[in-house]
Design a binder for this molecule. Sequence first.
Ligand code: PLP
Length: 444
Amino acid sequence: MNAEALLERELERFEREHPRSRELAEEAKGPLLSGVPMPWMIRWPGGFPVFAAEAQGARFTDVDGHEYVDFCLGDTAAMTGHSPEPTVRALREQAPKGITLMLPSEDALWVGRELTRRFGLARWQFALTATDANRFAIRLARELTGRPKILVFNWCYHGSVDETVATLRDGSVVAREGNVGPPVPLDETTRVVEWNDAEALERELAHGDVACVLAEPALTNIGIVLPAPGYHDTLRAATRDTGTLLIIDETHTICAGPGGYTAAYGLEPDLLTIGKPIAAGVPASAYGFSADVAERLESLLPSDERADVGGIGGTVAANVLSLATTRATLAEVLTDEAFGKMIALGERFERGVSDVIERHGLPWHVTRLGCRVEYLFRAERPRTGSEAAAGGNALLDRLIHLYALNRAILLTPFHNMALMSPATTEEDVDLHTRVFDDAARELA
Ligand SMILES: Cc1ncc(COP(=O)(O)O)c(C=O)c1O
């Protein structure tokens, strides 16, 4: 069957089998802008989102009583599995003893030490989202270098950080299509180069006006685009040579291991940011500094009544509940042992998809980074964000997501990404392989 006809059939099935979600989606048009809690939710593939009822481990149920295997896992925020027992225990124990105080707790020290053990950076600060961690890291990098701009990679995503929602069009930096209300034209704040393009990186840094490069160690938000051999060495050398700070955003690439890609591949960032799963989805994030950067910042930042008059931090950042749950999650959920299991499941998922692609002779491919797996509907592995974006196929993306959803599987929206949690099982992975096989057979 062709993809359009299949999509039509799947849309009908989705609508038929989700009457309560449909009803709630209609009702939501009253109190919620566009009928959704966040604008992007209008893009769920069935025309309306599935309304969740409950989630536990690698599964959730919806308001129509369907149970799903969740490979989206809150787009990494629930990479721990939903509501893991140690985090819930910490929530239960901490919540009656205070939620937010504007005072430090001992947990902040434990978490700081643990992040140093994992990632190698010397000192840490806390925020609530990865977006904020990135925003604060950028501001500090600007302050430290006295330079106005940042550099990001084409088709990156680092949250709703104004400076990063930029792209290249005919060689010029412009706002990404769909970027709502940018405060200033993006070329005033941002330089953009293609991932893996060493020459462009060196050329753009040579201007001497870039405070920091903000990079995921592998792009993960436009499919997975791995670094070419030697690219991280080039990135580190080019940033050092030009006095540019290197911020590595490990929010997604924590999937590579307990210390993220940084520890797994021996990166040496000046700053590092991470959010999403560190407290199993309770809002919490952190940003760290190398010893050298920490020292320079400590001598530069005001240490009197002018300290942080605005711009960095936030009233409820570093709250005691976030830090208690981060501690429990790092100590007992996202452990070295858990990563071993999650990565083995990632390998199983990758093998399953790769076998299906081969068996049906499809011009697709699959890529894995630790416990994160992604398939793209093009034969060649992309080397840049642009190649990955050009290889996107909106129709097939929508169809596969809906096909999976109708068969009890949730994939990450906007790309075909699956994440393994400590609660994910081999049976869950094999269910996806069977469903993917069925979809491929119907399409081939
Ligand atoms: C690499 C990366 N950094 C930062 C963020 C922002 O995370 P949050 O939306 O939780 O602030 C995201 C979100 O997808 C991300 O993928």
